[in-house]
Design a protein around this ligand. Structure first.
Ligand code: SF4
Length: 485
């Protein structure tokens, strides 16, 4: 168990996050920290007791809080605490630290907020380096993403919303899956009941959209694997969307086709007919041995076939996902997967770092520590190759427990960036979620209100009345949004 006691300043979330990078839940560790701010100097003294030994760090940082915003002061105080903790813990274990002591899942947002505070690019570089200890390579990445994001954020239409439709079924469950999804071999019996209710939820959402005076700019059908729906179901779903919503201002219509084993020509033709202009075909790896190991029921050959079919049908923007750090994959194997995907020339490539949610002790085995270095190599190679091939990084997030404490990055060729993806990161546009596992986010000024749909398809069906009530809740919340009459 990790016990953290903070005196003088408290930042539980960030301290727990950094402590869990170094220690497993099954290890006993006591961390005591004393924080003080006097005469423009921050002092954070950390004392860690682990396996009967003591480790200390006395961290000092000169910082004048006068004329600084509350937001910036908070950032610096938290960074001082996590830095003191990490420097003490590094005396016990060496871990990869290319993001230094930067917390939070959105490093680009951090850069953008500093720019909004009036800091120049070189000052932001200085803060990333000296305060957060972020490597130059990651600082470049954060600044580039922040710039590219800005371009898309400026395009979000006033009074616009996005719709997210979650289809929580997959053909099999991947071993690393942390999403909302159930294996269709066991839960497929609920598919038709789920689908019927989803159509009703769409009708209810149309009332909400009409009554609040907003319009739909993006639709994203995700999951799970939406292409577990049949082509007939897609036909019904698409027709329903066009019947009940005014989609004349729709810009992005995305379907995460995802698993190649669920894609066929018939389904793709239906999607194309109804104006879907972005799809994903996600290999994760271009190595058959790995695909088998991670529980995917498709081969590399099926990835090539699905991609070829989608291009013949005329999809202009295809995204392909890869994961760095999959079990037993070497740097060479990952690099080879990346190069194979590049050869296909998709418009978007998204590279994730494997997120490990299993026993914490697994993260601290010798192999896993070696893997953190490998991960760095894989992601550096990705960054370089993407640049060489004309892809730009435009959205990025980090996940707790990601292997090597690294990042997930969406790359795009010029003119093919997705506003919806950036919006998910930056939370600037209301998203109304339907189906399984979605969470609606209502943006009311600087405030975000979240309303969650049920994750499990059976619960979604059984408690559908509550789903409808949630839509009424969203309607009430949206009355607080700044919507032009
Ligand atoms: S395809 Fe995605 S959602 Fe489905 S099981 Fe695999 S990781 Fe989970």
């Amino acid at each position: 168990m990790i016990l953290i006691i903070q005196n003088g300043y408290s930042c539980d979330y960030e301290m727990n996050l950094f402590a869990s990078l170094f220690f497993g839940d099954d290890e006993d560790v006591i961390i005591t920290q004393n924080f003080s701010y006097e005469n423009k100097n921050i002092n954070v003294y950390t004392h860690i007791v682990f396996e009967g030994k003591s480790y200390f760090e006395d961290y000092n940082f000169e910082f004048d809080i006068d004329n600084k915003t509350e937001k910036l002061i908070k950032k610096i105080f938290i960074a001082s605490c996590t830095k003191s903790l990490s420097h003490a813990a590094l005396k016990i274990r060496k871990i990869n630290f290319s993001w230094g002591v930067m917390c939070g899942i959105r490093p680009a947002k951090n850069a953008r907020e500093l720019a909004d505070e009036g800091y120049s690019e070189s000052e932001i570089r200085g803060i990333f380096k000296n305060v957060y200890e972020v490597s130059d390579e990651k600082t470049d990445l954060a600044l580039t993403v922040a710039n590219n994001e800005k371009e898309l954020l400026n395009k979000i239409g006033k009074n616009s919303v996005s719709l997210y439709i979650g289809i929580p079924f997959c053909p099999t469950r991947c071993v690393y899956c942390s999403f909302v999804s159930t294996d269709i071999r066991t839960s497929g019996k609920y598919m038709s009941a789920f689908f019927e209710k989803l159509l009703l939820e769409i009708e209810k959402t149309a009332e909400l959209i009409n009554e609040t005076g907003v319009y739909i700019e993006n639709i994203y059908i995700g999951g799970g694997t939406p292409t577990t729906l049949s082509s007939e179901q897609f036909e019904v779903l698409m027709k329903k969307l066009y019947d009940v919503f005014d989609l004349s201002k729709l810009i992005e219509f995305t379907v995460e086709a995802g698993r190649p084993d669920t894609i066929n020509e018939e389904k793709l033709r239906v999607l194309k007919k109804y104006g879907v202009n972005r799809i994903s075909i996600n290999p994760q790896s271009m190595n058959d041995k790995t695909l088998k190991k991670i529980g995917r029921s498709h081969s590399v050959g099926m990835i090539y076939d699905a991609y070829k079919t989608a291009k013949i049908i005329g999809f202009d923007i295809i995204n392909m996902d890869l994961i760095a750090g999959l079990p037993d994959e070497t740097v060479e194997e990952f690099n080879n997967s990346l190069n194979e995907v590049i050869k296909l020339n998709p418009e978007n490539i998204t590279v994730h770092s494997l997120c490990i949610k299993r026993a914490a002790s697994f993260r601290h085995t010798k192999n896993e520590l070696a893997k953190a270095d490998d991960m760095n190599e894989m992601l550096s190679y990705t960054q370089k190759r993407m640049k060489d091939e004309g892809y730009i990084p435009y959205y990025m997030y980090r996940q707790k427990n990601s292997s090597g404490n690294l990042e997930n990055v969406g790359y795009a060729k010029h003119g093919t960036m997705s506003t919806y993806n950036v919006n998910i990161m930056e939370e600037k546009q209301t998203i109304i979620a339907l189906g399984g596992g979605g969470s609606s986010k209502v943006i009311i000024g600087d405030r975000i209100e979240r309303v969650f749909n049920f994750k499990d398809p059976l619960e979604y069906v059984r408690r559908f009345d509550e789903i409808l009530t949630k839509k009424d809740e969203i309607k009430e919340l949206m009355k607080g949004c700044d919507i032009d009459e």
